[in-house]
Design a protein around this ligand. Sequence first.
Ligand SMILES: NC(=O)c1ccc[n+]([C@@H]2O[C@H](COP(=O)([O-])OP(=O)(O)OC[C@H]3O[C@@H](n4cnc5c(N)ncnc54)[C@H](O)[C@@H]3O)[C@@H](O)[C@H]2O)c1
Length: 393
Amino acid sequence: MKIAVIGLGYVGLANALVLSKKHEVVGFDIDKSKLDLLKKRISPLKEEDVQELLNKSSNFKVVDTIDDAISGASLVVVAVPTNFDTSINSFNTKNVSGVVEYTLKHNKSASILIKSTVPSGFTKSLSDTLKSNKIYFSPEFLREGHSIYDSLNPSRIIVGYTSEDKSTLKEAHIIASLLLEACNGVTEVNVISSSEAEAVKLFSNSYLAMRIAFFNELDSYAESKGLNAKNIIDNVSLDPRIGGGYNNPSFGYGGYCLPKDTKELKANFDLVPQTLISSIIESNLVRKEFVASQILSKVKNGEVIGVYLLSMKQGSDNFRESSVIDIIKLLKEKGANLLIYEPSIKEPSFMGVTIENDFDKFILKSNLVIANRIDKKISVHKNIYSRDLYRKD
Ligand SMILES: NC(=O)c1ccc[n+]([C@@H]2O[C@H](COP(=O)([O-])OP(=O)(O)OC[C@H]3O[C@@H](n4cnc5c(N)ncnc54)[C@H](O)[C@@H]3O)[C@@H](O)[C@H]2O)c1
């Protein structure tokens, strides 16, 4: 079976590689530099597992045009970005609908599986507009940095359909089996409506954001009252109904997905009464303001605040929507004297702040170092502000 994957970022590439264990997979991306790397079997992502699988997967290749990718494919997987556009208070879904429409026009027999995160109701409305029952939605739950592990060990596989007619449901089950076959073991598989599947994705990410916001507010409280936040979190988390996962305070939730998915869910509520989803977003803003004010209280006028890495997590290879960037903005507004250590930036400055990628110089020049996550390397500095209490997540 030939499968086409359109968009070869974290989601597309991981799916392409695991699906290629059993099928011929052809990938396409509009980013030519990504295609060039992949042609040389070099991973564009800094994930060892991706590189390893790329070395092994003889069934995966990339092509220069979308036509070459979709021609003769039985399944077309769409994994293009859906950024939140504040001017329309929604995800920009033009990339997704463009690829779906093009595929339907040029390969009438293919089924289409949307893996991009989309608003609840999007796939159904697109299938009504394009008059096709062959568009499905499957929420993706992988984490950046663990994209292959998560694709091989998914917490669940969900396929959403747009019509309850027999052949559409049958095809949804076939797609679900295909996804199950690609992963390592047994996991729950559910076939539900596409609007429900889209809601599962948005509610899951909003729950994670809520949990982070909760422990961050607990941490703000503890810091303000002079209490040991770890003593409180350790003991709160001992209740099995609460549990110990995802409870490590941070400068705020961030990354590509949580900020945009919470905003999208809030927008999807529209006239449905809610306060919680709005509060998650608000809480994250308040947290970042609190963290910035705590940082400023720890330096004297003119002293240098060194920002250690812009990424959210240890080992991350990007800093999309990182809360550290918002902290820098807030500190800059207050006239703070900043310096950034971020080896992935080759330019001399970022957001008007000097980059110092000589680590020893960075350490010497910084009166205070701020780090969303602490690693061995930065631990040498004597004056660090971080809320990374557990060295995880
Ligand atoms: N990153 C994650 O951890 C994650 C997890 C779950 C779901 N998602 C969702 O999956 C989608 C993709 O996320 P990602 O992190 O893989 O994005 P990404 O930015 O890493 O990759 C997207 C790729 O699509 C390419 N692209 C853009 N428009 C295209 C087009 N018209 N045709 C072909 N290629 C095109 C880009 O060049 C890029 O390489 C988003 O909707 C995101 O919300 C992401």
